[in-house]
Design a protein around this ligand. Structure first.
Ligand code: NDP
Ligand code: MG
Length: 389
């Protein structure tokens, strides 16, 4: 019987995770979110966790009031999230909060020896080295939920290493390249000039996936693929130059691995996050289908294109950040989170997101070795972007 803690349970990934958990009969031990107390109340009454947390203090008070008949502790703030992440009566912590705020809870879960099903990619972008080290030191696994990384993870089960999960050494896997697929987002085919005139509404209209607003805008700028490049570097210990990106409009092939003999394996499926979510929870086994069957004849054809780095500079900005290393990936992530928000608030243009990230990358940054160093770089980069907004 799997006992789950879900951080970010009210979001797109969180609600789909609860759907998977319910179908599989898992125990939901604890739930956390930011401020949606109404949905959290519904989730508590339905799933009966032993504890819950709201990051926002006022929302935590509201929730305590809503569920006062239930005698369930409601925690708050970052301490609340971290307490839930390290609860002893859990088997897997599924981290689906959005943004860098997921870093400390991930580290706490790993330190407690819990396997972490990780959707929260910002965690690995900003603190990849620390996160992988923590997992190694505490013999905990990181089970990828992001669909591309789940695809690679699934393909890797077919290698000589057998059932394999990060952070185990990937040296014996015999792969020479990882190929991440990208849908291209709502602005595929547009020129840099066309992108000067796009609106928030346009950016939030993703062709294939229904997701939270931050990642939907990241898909439109293609920053999402840049963040995923960094995520892949840490999860699979791949040099950035061996991670390629191909635009694949249909989002049916979720990513591929190339072996040293240039044989290539791909993972395919309908674009529905419940497949990667469920696989992270059932690995190394598979469960009943959470989605409809893939019908290739109905789809007809699969198309592939090179990314347009002139119109969408974000992928190359992330590649530069990971090559520079140190504080640069955390800085790029922070600048992007803040610029993405300013764009959604109507305060900056779509193209300004990548421009502000590029500016951040050209700044001298201090060396980072601890999580406090990373949090300080994150805060400083956000402050600079807020001033520009
Ligand atoms: P959503 O915006 O839909 O949901 C975000 C969730 O995080 C909500 O439950 C929200 O709570 C919670 N949250 C936000 N801030 C905090 C905080 N400070 N403390 C606690 N909880 C917080 O995002 P998605 O579900 O789309 O994405 C979640 C993560 O998964 C992101 O990192 C994204 O990149 C990644 N991902 C998402 C995919 C998708 O298909 N959606 C695919 C692959 C990766 P509240 O509702 O109260 O605000
Ligand atoms: Mg993805």
């Amino acid at each position: 019987m799997t006992r789950l803690v879900i951080l970010g349970s009210t979001g797109s990934i969180g609600t789909q995770s609860l759907d998977v958990a319910e179908k599989r009969g898992y125990t939901v031990t604890a739930l956390a979110a930011h401020s949606n107390a109404q949905l959290m109340e519904e989730q508590i009454r339905h799933f009966h966790p032993t504890m819950a947390a709201m990051y926002d203090e006022a929302a935590a008070r509201d929730l305590r009031d809503r569920v006062r008949d239930l005698n369930i502790p409601i925690l708050s703030g970052m301490d609340g999230l971290c307490t839930l992440a390290e609860l002893p009566d859990a088997d897997i912590v599924l981290n689906s909060v959005v943004g860098m705020v997921g870093l400390l809870p991930t580290l706490h879960a790993l330190r407690a020896g819990h396997d972490v099903a990780l959707a929260n990619k910002e965690t690995l972008v900003a603190g990849g080295e620390l996160v992988m080290r923590m997992a190694r030191e505490h013999h905990a696994r990181i089970l990828p939920v992001d669909s591309e990384h789940s695809a690679i993870f699934q393909c890797l089960q077919g290698t000589a290493a057998g059932a394999w999960a990060p952070p185990a050494s990937s040296a014996k896997l015999g792969i020479s390249r990882v190929i991440l697929t990208a849908s291209g987002g709502p602005f595929f085919g547009k020129s840099a000039e066309d992108l000067r005139h796009v609106t928030v509404e346009d950016a939030l209209r993703h062709p294939n996936w229904s997701m939270g607003q931050k990642i939907t805008v990241d898909s439109a700028t293609m920053m999402n693929k840049g963040l995923e490049l960094i995520e892949a570097k840490w999860l699979f210990d791949m040099a950035p130059e061996n991670i390629d990106i191909v635009v694949h409009r249909e989002s049916i092939i979720h990513s591929l691995i190339e072996f040293t003999d240039y044989s290539v394996l791909a993972q395919l499926g309908v674009p529905d996050m419940r497949i990667p979510i469920q696989y992270a929870l059932t690995w190394p086994l598979r469960g009943d289908p959470p989605v409809r069957r893939l019908d290739l004849a109905e789809i007809g054809k699969l198309t592939f294109y090179k990314p347009d780095h002139e119109a969408f500079p974000a992928i190359e900005l992330c590649r530069t950040a990971i090559e520079k290393g140190g504080a640069y990936p955390a800085a790029v992530n922070a600048a992007n989170e803040q610029a993405n928000l300013l764009f959604r608030e109507g305060k900056i243009s779509f193209c300004a997101i990548s421009e502000l990230v590029a500016e951040t990358l050209s700044r001298p940054l201090p060396a980072v070795s601890t999580v406090e160093d990373i949090l300080a770089v994150d805060a400083e980069c956000r402050r600079i972007i807020i001033d520009r907004g």
